[in-house]
Design a protein around this ligand. Sequence first.
Ligand code: HEC
Length: 144
Amino acid sequence: MKPTLSSCVCPHAGWARRAALGVLLAACALNVAQAATAAEMLATYGAQAGATPVPARGQQFFNTTQGREWQCATCHGAVPTQAGKHASTAKPISALAPAFNPERFTDPAKVEKWFRRNCNDVVGRECSAAEKADLLAWLMSIRP
Ligand code: HEC
């Protein structure tokens, strides 16, 4: 490498490397922030609702029809500690209660996507933060 080139490129390369590292670290921090636990998600929904979640209300919501043909329980089972079965495709759905399936409620984007979709199927609208908080509080209360 020619001295002129290295004296020009190296300092910049140093900054670029440092900047790249900064971006990498920020991305890591973001990743950590995106992974979550059921307890963290419950806290978020509870705060959005501005009310204390009521597990019994979540259980009732899960196991009753809400204006449409299906209940949450139709696909997930009345006590979602085992694999459920999709009401129309019969595809197996793994247990929804987090104590029986540690992958549940660890990915906020996935949770939001399915709440949106399933609430639309069952209620004909999105669930409110209070309803999600009640549902999650009940699901978390189901222990082995
Ligand atoms: C028509 C069938 C069906 C109905 C009815 C249904 N679900 Fe689901 N649900 C699914 C499927 C399929 C998935 C995604 C596959 C999977 O994660 O196993 C899912 C995933 C979810 C998830 C994602 C959880 C996670 O962290 O992985 C939540 C939360 C959920 N459902 C809640 C509900 C609630 C609450 C109701 C009632 C309002 C409901 N579901 C009704 C089929 C259904």
